[in-house]
Ligand binder design. Structure first.
Ligand SMILES: C[S@@+](CC[C@H](N)C(=O)[O-])C[C@H]1O[C@@H](n2cnc3c(N)ncnc32)[C@H](O)[C@@H]1O
Length: 267
């Protein structure tokens, strides 16, 4: 494939910034190509690409430089289960979306994954720091975990964290709109991700749900803004999602939590 020099320049500029440097090149390229078609200048396209990346990913991180090495050492050093859980909770406060779930974490997976039979494999898509909630998930002994988000440094951290937690698994940086995993899994998590993904591509939500090769898919939506406001999001997301999947032959159960609306789909 021949390369558009303006696109290569845009990708290089976006990836040279601290905040966007670790984002998968595949995603930067795809957004950048669309912005180059829409904008008058390269400078405007770079700015618009960074803006889109902020909206779908950057805004969730508490810092432009997550302290992955420090966090990993904390996980490795945590001795007993209670200390380890406390450490994991404190690390999870650094991703806005994962943090919002902490007050309901004890009940969340116990309810959402209840009664699904032994869960031996999990696919966590657009995962943020959620894989660190693994100890709260009622999985079968020896279950495998595969985590996907768009940051290469996050993927390296999660890969090492899974090993430190004694879990067989992997983590990778991948744009799930362009390249959704098709690996078989007992359960796939797509938590609070559809609104972000659909900002980039309105049709991507249903396409991803169709592609996921899991017995159960857990889809959720935030019901408050990142700033904590309640502006009718529950009703809005529920109406749109229920209409979107109305013609799929799936069994769907709706589960409500404070701050999060969950759909449990049996495919
Ligand atoms: C609202 S957060 C949800 C995080 C996590 N699922 C949770 O609920 O704790 C959305 C996540 O989607 C990721 N993301 C955005 N676009 C993506 C894409 N095209 N492919 C994979 N992940 C993406 C972001 O980096 C971010 O971590």
């Amino acid at each position: 494939m021949h390369d558009d020099p303006r696109l290569s320049e845009l990708v290089a500029q976006v990836r040279s910034s601290r905040k966007y440097g670790a984002i998968s090149e595949q995603l930067v390229r795809r957004i950048g190509a669309a912005e180059l078609n829409k904008r008058a200048t390269l400078k405007d396209a770079v700015k618009a690409t960074k803006n889109a990346l902020h909206q779908v990913a950057g805004l969730y991180f508490a810092s432009e430089r997550p302290a992955y090495e420090v966090w990993l050492r904390q996980i490795v050093r945590a001795g007993d289960d209670a200390t380890r859980r406390a450490v994991l909770r404190s690390i999870m406060t650094h991703h806005a979306s994962t943090r919002e779930r902490l007050p309901i974490l004890d009940a969340f997976y116990a309810r959402v994954l209840a009664g699904l039979g032994p869960l031996r494999s999990v696919l966590d898509l657009a995962c943020g720091l959620n894989p660190l909630s693994l100890p709260w998930m009622p999985l079968a002994p020896g279950a495998t975990y595969h985590a996907v988000d768009i940051y290469e440094d996050l993927a390296r951290f999660l890969q090492a964290a899974l090993a430190a937690l004694g879990v067989t698994g992997s983590a990778e940086a991948r744009d799930i709109i362009a390249d959704c995993p098709t690996d078989e899994a007992d359960v796939a998590l797509l938590l609070k991700a559809l609104p972000c993904l659909e900002q980039l591509d309105r049709a991507s939500g249903l396409a991803i749900l169709d592609t996921i090769n899991a017995r159960y898919v857990i889809v959720s939506f935030p019901t408050r803004t990142v700033g904590g406001r309640n502006i009718g999001m529950r009703e809005h997301y529920a109406a749109r999602f229920e209409a979107m999947i109305a013609h799929r032959p799936w069994r769907v159960e709706r589960i409500e939590f404070t701050g999060e609306l969950v759909y449990r789909i049996a495919k």
